[in-house]
Design a protein around this ligand. Structure first.
Ligand code: DC
Length: 235
């Protein structure tokens, strides 16, 4: 069957990754978490002291950007893809609040986006890919056959994220998580390069009142409809 490109965009912590990952698994597509790439660059910046408070040394980052190698490797035990930074597994470290609090600053740098977009487009050149992020349907794959824009209320997103972080042993509270989400949404939506915005031809999926199973089912249905439409058109 002809493979397509599926772009899943939306706000922070709205469950994009969970549904994108599950769909990819079910239909045998590659799944790429583009946010993990911006998170890995952020971790590199923190490790190399390129931040002074919330100020990022852009000139220094520009010089070392080529030294930052991000790869995804499937963990044979869990079957899940994990993020590697220069050969080291950083899957856990990139999900901490320390990284979340700085990632939007890194993701607003035009030269960083240019390089990430280039790598993401190369990953999708053979199609058969589900990629989630903020600018996938608008900048990375503007011709994606299926574009989904996921949304949920900030309070619901914060509550879900809080539960995830607590389960991982992080010492955080609801207000802190809500503040991080809304700040990231604001920076991500208002930046000059690749801002978070709904593509004109995206299908909106508000999962505020949906269970994970319901949202997965809905996404699969959207995929099947799109593939069937495509088949009917090419007949
Ligand atoms: O999806 P996430 O929350 O892990 O993404 C982390 C940050 O990376 C998010 O605040 C914005 C940025 N990002 C981006 O700018 N473009 C993408 N395609 C994906 C993520």
């Amino acid at each position: 069957m002809k493979k397509i490109v599926i772009a899943v965009d939306g706000y922070s912590s709205c469950g994009k990754s969970t549904m994108a990952k599950e769909l990819a698994k079910q239909i045998g597509y590659i799944y790429i978490d583009s946010g993990a790439m911006y998170r890995a660059v952020t971790l590199y910046c923190l490790q190399h002291h390129l931040f002074s408070g919330n100020t990022l040394d852009l000139d220094a980052l520009r010089k070392v950007l080529n030294d930052i190698k991000i790869t995804f490797v499937k963990n044979p035990e869990t079957g899940r893809s994990e993020t590697f930074l220069n050969g080291k597994n950083v899957e856990k470290e990139i999900r901490t609040m320390t990284v979340s609090n700085k990632v939007s600053i890194v993701a607003a740098a035009g030269f960083v986006r240019e390089e990430m977009v280039r790598q993401q487009q190369a990953m999708g050149s053979e199609k058969g890919i589900v990629m989630d992020g903020r600018d996938i349907g608008t900048v990375v794959f503007p011709h994606a056959e299926l574009k989904i824009f996921v949304t949920a209320s900030p309070e619901i997103r914060a509550q879900r994220r809080l539960e995830e972080l607590i389960a991982k042993g992080e010492n955080v509270n609801f207000e802190e998580v809500l503040h991080n989400l809304t700040t990231r949404d604001r920076i991500d939506s208002t930046r000059k390069d690749g801002p978070l915005k709904q593509a004109g031809d995206a299908v909106v999926l508000d999962n505020s009142e949906m269970t994970i199973q319901e949202q997965n089912r809905k996404l699969k249905e959207l995929y099947e409809n799109r593939v069937n439409e495509g088949l009917a058109r090419s007949l």
